[in-house]
Design a protein around this ligand. Structure first.
Ligand SMILES: Cc1cc2nc3c(=O)[nH]c(=O)nc-3n(C[C@H](O)[C@H](O)[C@H](O)COP(=O)(O)OP(=O)(O)OC[C@H]3O[C@@H](n4cnc5c(N)ncnc54)[C@H](O)[C@@H]3O)c2cc1C
Length: 423
């Protein structure tokens, strides 16, 4: 018989969503077990640019100081088309507590979340363990997960099971919750090169030539993270041309780094590919189960929104879940309270996710324009927005600062930080 373990909340997936949720729950004295299939956090390229709102959230959670030496603030954004600047933005101009986006690789973030949570009673992280099935009670309600781990199969029984297992979520699949996956017209190739001396370390550069574009993002330590678009499913054809096809693409977009790219990227295996798609899940929960982060809403890489919404989901779901569990403890049905909480979670979060998705898709369409007229229109739009402080303020307030804006009138309820021992 499989070993069994009981907890209040079982989280499948120890990415930014799952681990932030677990920390916030443990800080609210909720017992939580995270099941994570990988042994280490040494993932690269994924979720490294984070939006100013998540910088602000991590600061409020007392985590930013723990990772600060592995971060880089972005102070400036510059979009160039055919060698000319069409839009630039200075983030210092935005009157917000945390105005700057940040480069924060996932390994230090996930390590800091785990270290913080591990100091709290009730938190458990089971690594090298994959969720393989859902458990149901006699009423058909999800009651936990079946897993395989290094010591064989085991079960985690929980009042609430959370699928935080990313863009290819197995929990979503197993739950039967409907979803719609929409592939975008492009995929993205990523790699890192040393930062050229001529480039400062705080400018996020977007370069566009026709329907080709690249992102050039300074990151730690003294590197530039480079991403460029290829047609959907086009990697195989490009690889056939050898790595010189990649070099030629960079020569076209950013000749300043041509030499560095030839030194750093000598074979295609030095790169990483992101298959870009969005996923819309009309209903994020069913009795006993909720989806969050990429599992509930896969976004595109534009403007660092994936990690941002994963972390925001976690803060909101932790508050609602802990309130529901406390409410259940006073005599009312914990199940009814939890189901109401998971529905409320979607109500509180989906509008903001939809705004990010809409802005991203608009930008994706702008990147993909290839006709002469449509490209001229794109340039005009960028220049018009770029020359208007008001227009820039409005756009960035919607994508980068909605939480900090909301905080002015409706403070966000984050779990209280633990009191240092000896006080
Ligand atoms: C190449 C690339 C570049 C990106 N760049 C950015 C960026 O710059 N900024 C940004 O904001 N976003 C970016 N994203 C998106 C970002 O990585 C995600 O939005 C973010 O990581 C979502 O967090 P999550 O916790 O929901 O999911 P994930 O980070 O995907 O975490 C899911 C976790 O679940 C685990 N898991 C999966 N299945 C199981 C299972 N059956 N059992 C147990 N564990 C399981 C996985 O191992 C993983 O640790 C990028 C993504 C990619 C792929």
């Amino acid at each position: 018989m499989a070993a069994a373990h009981r907890t209040q909340v079982c989280v499948v997936g120890g990415g930014p969503a799952g681990l932030t949720l677990a920390l916030e729950l443990a800080r609210r004295s909720v017992a939580v077990t995270v099941v994570e299939q990988s042994a280490r956090f040494d993932r690269s390229f994924r979720g490294e640019s984070i939006s100013p709102d998540s910088v602000w959230l991590l600061d409020r959670m007392g985590l930013l100081d723990k990772v600060r030496d592995q971060t880089l603030e972005t102070h400036h954004m510059e979009i160039m088309e055919n060698g000319r600047t069409v839009l630039s933005a200075d983030f210092a101009a935005f009157d917000q507590p945390s105005p700057y986006p940040m480069e924060l690789p996932q390994p230090p973030l996930l390590t800091a979340l785990t270290e913080e949570a591990s100091a709290l009673p009730g938190f458990k992280l089971v690594r090298k363990a994959a969720a393989t099935g859902l458990l149901h009670d006699a009423d058909g309600r999800v009651a936990g997960v079946r897993c395989t781990g290094p010591d064989g199969p085991f079960e985690v029984h929980a009042a609430l099971t959370v699928g935080a297992d990313g863009r290819f979520s197995k929990v979503r699949e197993m739950s039967g919750l409907a979803y719609e996956k929409t592939p975008l017209e492009r995929d993205f190739v990523w790699f890192k090169v040393p930062r050229p001396a001529a480039w400062d370390g705080h400018t996020y550069r977007v370069r566009i030539v026709g329907d080709r574009h690249g992102l050039f993002i300074p990151t730690v330590p003294d590197l530039v993270r480079v991403g460029f678009n290829i047609p959907k499913g086009g990697l195989r054809d490009m690889r056939k041309e050898g790595v010189r096809a990649l070099h030629a693409r960079i020569d076209e977009l950013a000749p300043e780094i041509s030499t560095g790219v030839r030194d750093a990227v000598t074979k295609w295996s030095d790169t990483s590919m992101l298959d870009i798609f969005t996923t819309v899940v009309p209903q994020w929960s069913c009795p006993g189960l909720a989806l969050m982060g990429d599992a509930a809403h896969t976004l595109t890489p534009v403007l660092g929104q994936g990690v941002n919404h994963a972390i925001t989901d976690a803060v909101v779901l932790a508050r609602l879940t802990s309130e529901a569990l406390a409410h259940g403890g006073t005599g009312a049905s914990p199940h009814a309270a939890l189901d109401a909480a998971t529905q409320r979670f979607q109500q509180e979060r989906e509008a903001s996710v939809a705004v990010a998705r809409t802005l991203q898709l608009r930008q994706e369409r702008a990147f993909a324009l290839s006709g002469r007229l449509s490209r001229a229109l794109r340039r005009t739009v960028y220049r018009t927005v770029g020359s208007s402080t008001r227009a820039k303020g409005k756009i960035f307030a919607r994508i980068y600062y909605p939480l900090q804006e909301a905080e002015r009138t409706r403070p966000l309820d984050i779990a209280p930080l633990p009191v240092p021992s000896g006080q």
